[in-house]
Design a binder for this molecule. Structure first.
Ligand code: NAD
Length: 497
């Protein structure tokens, strides 16, 4: 397994140790100490920002083709490290090796390839004459040093989502991954250096949110903060960024509804609900969390979902036969279990799971796929983000009710609707307030399409051409075509004499 002894920071093209406290990383699947880390202190963060600032003039002035070439080489470098990346992603998160191998790593490589192409397609409006006597054009310019902060659930993919649109557009970056999962972000930066991305363009500082994260948000030379994580921390970052009036990009929590209409394919919906709620241990901001099922299908749906959940293979994440590995940490597993216990005490029914497996999994942070029925719509298990393999199910009668319930949380990241009726699917796609609505599926993402939230799930888009709106400044340049000393519009201000 890749170890990062004394090299937990990647600054200006080189690994180094951090200046802050030592921390232990626990393997969540075994409970054993996996490695000792040295986190970044203020000096490390300052050095990383200085390196990014230094690299900005050179990188931003490279042609799009030159930046694209480096990204294409990065895709190849990452692909060559696919096995190491997948094994490390599983070791630090506890997610199944199948997910790391078939989703995280290829998804990241595809993202790199996409942004290599996208770097050459940064168009604006055509130049034109919009006012008398003037020709206008729009320049799309990189912003400067981007400070990015990422969560632990998909560390490698999040590194890609943060770094790629930023550097493809000509910015430079300092990324702070979660303190729980720094490894694959460090490897990403190393691969970029091997691909010829110049020193200082990508820097990774690892450490806690309170130290490294806050320093990055408040640093005056960081032009923009791009954050993915919980809504609570997002709000705090928004307030901190106000001090320097920084641009911010916030991808926050989710509580995705899963609306099953009475004409849906029951088997498809049940399979979709299980896969969509247990993916990545349910630690996916778009995971299916609230099933609303029209009454005629409700009993059959909940029975089938409970049956399928009991068949999920929970176990050693490194075993290719495992469907569901461990959660990120024991503390997080206990938090998930707490939600389920409180729902049970409040009178809800646990139809599947609802406990941690024992036996040889007892030492890890495992939790079984869980289906809860009979919880109140306004209860915490339906309203709050649990971030574990827990699905609630509630019945509804009219289509109006189903769509109203779908929108009845503060979040708005993703949703799905299950129906064979075209009008219903169009209505659901229009009326559900979320950044993504799937029809008859739940979870798939593609590099070409935007990802991002509404409401308390944040704002701004990752992936796709839309992400460039986040990482570029739009500048209006106007050329006067009037060669005379006196211009007519000036008469409005002062009459020429
Ligand atoms: P978190 O908010 O606890 O932490 C996210 C990052 O912020 C970490 O790197 C952490 O160190 C840092 N941080 C914490 N406090 C900070 C502070 N005061 N200042 C600066 N940085 C700080 O989230 P998490 O537990 O790592 O991840 C889970 C959350 O991420 C869930 O809410 C999930 O929905 C969300 N998420 C959202 C998306 C999306 O695209 N919308 C994607 C993945 C995860």
């Amino acid at each position: 397994m890749q170890q990062f002894t004394d090299c937990h920071q990647f600054i200006n093209g080189a690994y180094r140790s951090g200046g802050a406290e030592e921390a232990k990383r626990i393997n969540p699947a075994t409970g054993e100490i996996a490695e000792t880390l040295r986190y970044a202190d203020a000096g490390d963060v300052r050095d990383a920002v200085a390196a990014a600032k230094n690299a900005f003039p050179g990188w931003s002035r490279r042609t799009p083709a030159a930046r694209a070439e480096a990204l294409l080489r990065l895709a190849a470098e990452l692909d060559a490290r696919a096995g190491v990346l997948a094994a490390l992603e599983t070791a630090q998160t506890g997610k199944s090796i199948r997910l790391s191998t078939e989703f995280d790593v290829p998804g990241t490589v595809d993202n790199v390839s996409f942004f290599a192409g996208a770097a050459r397609q940064l168009h604006g409006l055509a130049a034109g004459e919009y006012g008398a006597g003037g020709t206008s054009m729009v320049r799309r310019e990189p912003i400067g040093v981007i400070g990015s902060i990422a969560p632990w659930n998909y560390p490698l993919q999040m590194a890609g989502w943060k770094i790629l649109p930023a550097i493809a557009a000509g910015n430079t970056i300092v990324l702070k991954p979660s303190e729980l999962t720094p490894g694959t972000s460090l490897l990403f930066a190393e691969a970029a250096a091997a691909a010829g991305v110049p020193d200082g363009v990508i820097n990774v500082v690892t450490g806690s949110g309170q130290v490294a994260g806050e320093l990055l948000v408040t640093h005056p030379d960081v032009a923009m903060t791009s954050f993915t994580g919980s809504t609570a921390v997002g709000r705090r970052i928004m307030a901190m960024a106000a001090r320097t009036a920084k641009r911010i990009h916030l991808e926050l929590g989710g509580k995705a509804p899963f609306v099953v209409f009475d004409d849906a394919d029951l088997e498809a919906a049940a399979h979709g609900a299980v896969a969509g709620s247990i993916i990545n241990g349910g630690q996916d901001c778009t995971a299916a969390t609230r099933a609303y099922v029209q009454r005629p299908l409700y009993d059959a749906f909940t029975a089938r979902v409970a049956e399928l959940m009991e068949s999920v293979a929970v176990g050693d994440p490194t075993d290719p036969g495992t469907d569901l590995g461990s959660l990120i940490s024991h503390a997080h597993r206990d938090k998930v279990a707490g939600f389920v216990e409180r729902a049970r005490e409040a009178g809800a029914t646990v139809r599947a799971g609802g406990s941690a497996p024992g036996g040889n999994l007892a030492a890890g942070a495992f939790y079984r796929p869980t289906l809860i029925t009979g919880a109140a719509q306004d209860s915490e298990i339906v309203q709050d983000e649990i971030f574990g393999p827990v699905l609630t199910a509630l019945p509804f009668d009219s289509d109006d009710d189903g769509l109203r319930l779908a929108n009845d949380t503060p979040y708005g990241l993703a949703a799905s609707a299950w129906t064979r009726d075209l009008s219903r699917s169009l209505r659901a796609s229009e009326e559900i307030a979320a950044g993504c609505v799937w029809i008859n599926d739940h979870i798939p993402i593609v590099s070409e399409m935007p990802h991002g939230g509404f409401k308390a799930s944040g704002f701004g888009k990752d992936m796709s051409m839309y992400s460039f709106e986040e990482y570029t400044n739009i500048k209006h340049v106007m050329f006067s075509r009037d060669a005379t000393a006196h211009k007519d519009w000036q008469d409005t201000v002062f009459r020429s004499r």
